[in-house]
Design a protein around this ligand. Structure first.
Ligand code: AMP
Ligand code: ZN
Length: 486
């Protein structure tokens, strides 16, 4: 299958050719964890999860490496830590904040049906790599130390007589124009207005690490260097795909390219740069001051994660998306219809080729979803309904399975573990209360070492199709979980 992806750098759709088909590598800028993530943050998570799944489908699960970082050094994190844990030393308070918000983020994106990336590096665990890159940049004449800061010089980069890319190429900005338009109140330690921070001194009480050579005082990294370091550590100097929201093209990604290419004398950092469009709510920019700021967590209280996922995928990832209540209601209805249609069907072995072709055309999810609609609607009597390569003999029995396996490819119609449990219970016609009572009675019998009774109850449950699993909880006490045998 030919996969075509729109590349922000070349401004065109190009056929995707991995550097190494046995190890396809993708990096996506992750969240800064200082609060609940908002629904806009869910967009890159879902979009690049679909791409991750598609790459795994094409190249094999073991041959795709997806890295999405967690930014855990940031002023907003420091502020929140000082506010929420005023009694604790700042470093400890920061750890508490990032632990908590990191967990919230995972719970949210798990509920959206996103696979966990292969690696989720944290910025604070890669300070050594950041220092190493910074020292290479200083040694190469691309960066300089001034007043305990290290600054990158885009002008030094563009003056270099080498195969390096020009600064400004990714965001299509000219350095001359940036220089001309630079603000007058430039920090005094900068040689040029366009220079950006790689490393800066920490204020008293702020988290700090040993600085790159040439600076005695401890300090902390700038934001852009974090991603260059984590991508290098986990994917190497040059990899296949780099993604994030469109707001990151400048300056974040432009600066990542500058740092990585200059440190490693590379022409490229990533071969394909992909950016999702922005999300707005009910036709307005989402912002706290407008009162239309919605977190994933809040939405999950009212909607299954799958509804949010489908709602996101109805719009092509590069277009702006208008997040509306009406559209959410429609997405919920669509999913209900699909669930009814697939019933108890087993997944088909094959995924619909027209569906995958749509995805392979720069992740055209609206067209892929239109195809799912087509599969879920009975053909007009007498017409032949082409389901991919074969015309189905018996549409009624085959189409539901086809719908299920195709939707599964993009993480839809994949019931969560608890849904599955509920479904199988319902299908088995078993009353949960009775099972729980029997499980408790057996636990009591075991406690009293009445093994004859406990075995009898186990057998009784087995006749209801319930399988027991005995284990221990965190405190070492025996616990029993149960499920319906499939
Ligand atoms: P942040 O935590 O703000 O750095 O954002 C994490 C990711 O979410 C980045 O890839 C951003 O580009 C993306 N993002 C933030 N806000 C929105 C939005 N309203 N719509 C789409 N993507 C967004
Ligand atoms: Zn980044």
């Amino acid at each position: 299958m030919e996969l075509r992806l729109y590349d922000t750098l070349s401004r065109e759709k190009r056929t995707f050719v991995p550097l190494n088909a046995d190890n396809v590598r993708m990096y996506v800028c992750g969240p800064t964890v200082y609060d609940f993530a908002h629904i806009g943050n869910a967009r890159p998570v879902i979009v690049f999860d679909v791409l991750f799944r598609l790459l795994r489908h094409i190249y094999g699960d073991a041959h795709v490496k997806y890295v999405r970082n967690i930014t855990d050094v940031d002023d907003k994190i420091n502020d929140r830590a000082a506010r929420d844990f005023p009694g604790l030393p700042l470093n400890e308070a920061i750890r508490k904040v990032t632990e908590q918000t990191g967990k919230q983020f995972h719970a949210d994106v798990d509920a959206l049906g996103a696979l966990r990336p292969s690696v989720e590096p944290r910025a604070t665990e890669h300070i050594g790599e950041m220092r190493e890159i910074i020292e290479k940049l200083v040694a190469g004449g691309f960066a300089y130390v001034a007043e305990d800061h290290v600054l990158f010089s885009p002008q030094a980069m563009n003056a270099a007589n080498s195969a390096l890319p020009r600064y400004g190429t990714l965001s299509k900005r000219s350095l001359d124009e940036m220089i001309a338009g630079a603000r007058v109140d430039v920090a005094p330690y900068k040689r040029d207005a366009t220079d950006f921070v790689l490393w800066k001194p920490s204020k008293p009480g702020e988290p700090s690490w040993p600085s790159p050579s040439g600076i005695k005082a401890e300090g902390r990294p700038g934001w852009h260097i974090e991603c260059s370091a984590m991508a290098w550590k986990h994917l190497g100097e040059h990899f296949d795909i780099h993604g994030g929201g469109i707001d990151l093209v400048f300056p974040h990604h432009e600066n990542e390219v500058a740092q990585t290419c200059c440190a490693f004398h590379r022409e490229r950092m990533a071969n394909y740069w992909m950016h999702n469009g922005f999300l707005q709510v009910e036709s307005e920019k989402m912002s706290k001051s407008l009162g239309n700021f919605i977190t994933i967590h809040e939405l999950l209280a009212d909607w299954p994660g799958e509804v949010l996922r489908l709602n996101m995928l109805k719009t092509h990832y590069r277009s702006p998306i208008d997040w509306t209540m009406k559209s959410l209601e429609e997405s919920a209805k669509t999913l209900d219809g699909w669930y009814e249609f697939i019933g108890e069907s087993a997944p088909a072995i094959q995924v619909d080729p027209i569906f995958t072709q749509a995805l392979a055309d720069d992740l055209n999810t609206p067209s892929a979803i239109a195809r799912l609609h087509q599969i879920s609607h009975p053909p007009i009597v007498g017409s032949t309904f082409e389901l991919g390569v074969s015309t189905l003999g018996d549409w009624t029995t085959e189409a539901p399975a086809y719908l299920k396996s195709s939707a599964n490819l993009v993480g839809l119609l994949v019931p969560t573990a608890s849904q599955r449990k509920k479904e199988s219970i319902a299908a088995a016609g078993v009353d949960t209360t009775i099972i729980e009572m029997l499980v408790a009675a057996r636990a009591q019998a075991r406690k009293e070492k009445d093994f004859a009774s406990s075995d009898r109850i186990r057998d009784e449950l087995a006749t209801l199709g319930v399988v027991l699993k005995d284990g221990k909880d965190a405190a070492g006490n025996p616990i029993t979980t149960w499920e319906i045998a499939r």
